[in-house]
Design a protein around this ligand. Structure first.
Ligand SMILES: [Zn+2]
Length: 466
């Protein structure tokens, strides 16, 4: 049999299988789960005609249900950032599920977070460990992959379980941010490991449990682990329409600690110095920062005070700042110095500022833009035209970019209403985005020159990168 005859037979097989496939209904209703499950078995003759990348991606064709199962199971475990027992249970499930990758596993503790308590003293708060998996560190192209396994929902939140809004929409804690993203990461990697050129690509996965409070404990470990990586991918949810995030604002949590002088209100009011009235003046000045384009100032809480017949001698204003650029960060620092100095100039009032910007602005440079364009090219090969938007939200992508690692940080699922008890995941995006991620990895394994990312690691010292 010559080559022409072999080709002819394969073409005939393909046409026959297509005719059979078109006669068959494409979806089978499974009433037990209420989900439309499409039986997606690709005929062997078609697989034979596929490129190696398409064959690799085809492994994901019937993974929708198992990915949903994983997300449901993970979402049912409360992993609020402060819930260490819940995070430990979540970590156990992840260790079990990621063991399928056959990678070296390590669990590492970062330093404790330092938090100003309500008495004005510094507390050290332990955070959850970072879970690392490493495979093929000797491979010529190294990729860093990260996402968080904590959520914003505390242990006593009323939002604890996922429910179906319709066959396409799952509502639940962390389903989009970022447990759906963890599923995309896991299944994309499982697909890569079936690709003939996988040996060309080494990877590190880092899952941290303190991202929702700005990664105070995990940041030093993440920055250590990116050494040697050419590019990074993170699995935060996309915007609801599937768009990727391009630029992000810097973010920082701050506390202004104000001490005054206590006094009995009736007998000796004049000698008292109210820390709460001073805090009110500070808040007024803080609010004025919002007049500066590129800056957002939000006061989250004021702690302090006591019985209303005593002049309060302690107040703590807790606030968050967002800044679009380094110049905006510098402006904010200058203004805060002025506000603190004004308070300290008052008789009987002492004020000090704690905290800083924990993530720099993420403004894509040439390498970052190149990587983003590469991801969009891969998406086009998948039939997806992905939009780009800027956002005020910060994530670990800011910190990794600040350390010189070009990264795309919204390779997770399509979802909406994150950080609220209406958080939803569009479940079709699980396989859609796992395919996209697997295509990205396969493309890098086949042809690493598709990204021209040229890294220049910037040394980071201490917890602050600004
Ligand atoms: Zn997130």
């Amino acid at each position: 049999m010559n080559a022409f005859e072999i080709l002819l037979i394969m073409a005939l097989l393909f046409v026959t299988s297509e005719m059979i496939r078109r006669k068959r209904p494409s979806g089978v209703e499974i009433p037990a789960t209420g989900l439309n499950i499409v039986c997606n078995r690709t005929p062997l003759s078609r697989i034979a005609l596929m490129t190696p990348v398409e064959q690799t991606l085809n492994w994901l064709a019937d993974k929708r249900d198992v990915m949903i199962e994983r997300v449901l199971e993970w979402s049912a475990v409360n992993s609020g950032t402060d819930n260490l027992p819940g995070l430990a249970r979540q970590a156990q499930l992840l260790e079990r599920d990621f063991s399928a990758l056959g990678a070296r596993f390590e669990r590492r503790m970062g330093p404790p977070e330092r938090i100003l308590n309500n008495s004005g003293e510094m507390d050290e708060v332990e955070r959850a460990p970072v879970l690392f998996w490493k495979k093929r560190p000797e491979a010529p192209f190294q990729v860093f992959l990260a996402i968080h396994y904590d959520t914003v929902y505390p242990a006593d939140s009323s939002f604890q379980r996922a429910t179906w809004l319709d066959h396409q929409t799952l509502q639940g804690p962390g389903v989009a941010d970022a447990k759906g993203g963890i599923a995309v990461l896991l299944y994309g990697l499982l697909a890569l490991e079936r690709h003939p050129a996988a040996a060309q690509l080494g990877w590190v996965v880092a899952l941290n449990g303190d991202e929702e409070v700005g990664s105070p404990s995990s940041t030093p470990l993440l920055l250590e682990a990116v050494q040697g990586a050419r590019v990074g991918f993170l699995f935060e949810p996309t915007l609801p329409d599937g768009s990727l995030v391009r630029n992000r604002k810097a973010s920082g949590n701050f506390s202004c600690l104000i001490r005054g002088r206590p006094a009995h209100v009736g007998r000796d009011f004049q000698s008292g110095r109210s820390a709460l009235f001073a805090a009110a003046d500070f808040l007024h000045g803080l609010s004025a920062l919002n007049n500066h384009p590129g800056l957002i100032a939000n006061a989250g809480r004021v702690d302090g005070g006591g019985p209303s017949n005593v002049v309060p001698d302690l107040a703590i204003v807790r606030f968050n700042l967002r800044a679009a650029s380094q110049a905006d960060i510098d402006f904010a620092h200058d203004q805060l110095k002025v506000l603190i100095a004004e308070l300290n100039a008052r008789d009987g009032i002492q004020a000090q500022l704690e905290g800083d910007f924990s993530s720099p602005p993420k403004i894509l440079d040439a390498a970052g833009l190149d990587l983003l364009e590469f991801v969009r090219e891969c998406a086009r090969e998948e039939g997806l035209e992905l939009g780009l938007r800027d956002t005020g939200g910060a994530c670990d992508g800011n910190r990794l970019m600040g350390a010189g690692l070009p990264n795309v940080d919204t390779l997770g699922v399509r979802g909406d209403c994150i950080h609220s008890d209406r958080e939803i995941l569009f479940v079709d995006s699980l396989v859609e985005r796992a395919r996209l991620f697997a295509r990205i990895l396969c493309s890098l394994a086949d042809n690493p020159d598709r990204v021209r990312a040229d890294r220049s690691m910037v040394a980071i010292t201490g917890g602050s990168v600004c």
